[in-house]
Write a protein that binds this ligand. Structure first.
Ligand SMILES: [Zn+2]
Length: 82
């Protein structure tokens, strides 16, 4: 189960427990903010990857790019240059 699934499950659980309190709405907003801020892989060679298991950052065309563990393994094994 990925991090998005876990977060969505938590949101659903909160909604079920306390469906109409403002407290829940506040907590949901906080969680959604945390989700949108969460860093995920921006591998320029694999744009569809959204893993949040960031292994390291690379400088690509002057921009700091987070790379996840599995993408990094592929990059490290390949001869790609940046
Ligand atoms: Zn990745």
């Amino acid at each position: 189960m990925g991090w998005r699934d876990s977060a969505e499950l938590a949101l659903t659980t909160l909604q079920k427990l306390e469906p109409s309190t403002s407290k829940v709405n506040m907590r949901m907003t906080e969680m959604e903010e945390a989700l949108s801020k969460a860093e995920f892989c921006q591998n320029p060679w694999n744009p569809s990857c959204e893993s949040s298991e960031i292994e390291l950052y690379i400088m690509h065309e002057g921009v700091k790019v987070p790379i996840c563990r599995s993408c990094w393994q592929e990059i490290a094994l390949s001869d790609l240059e940046w």
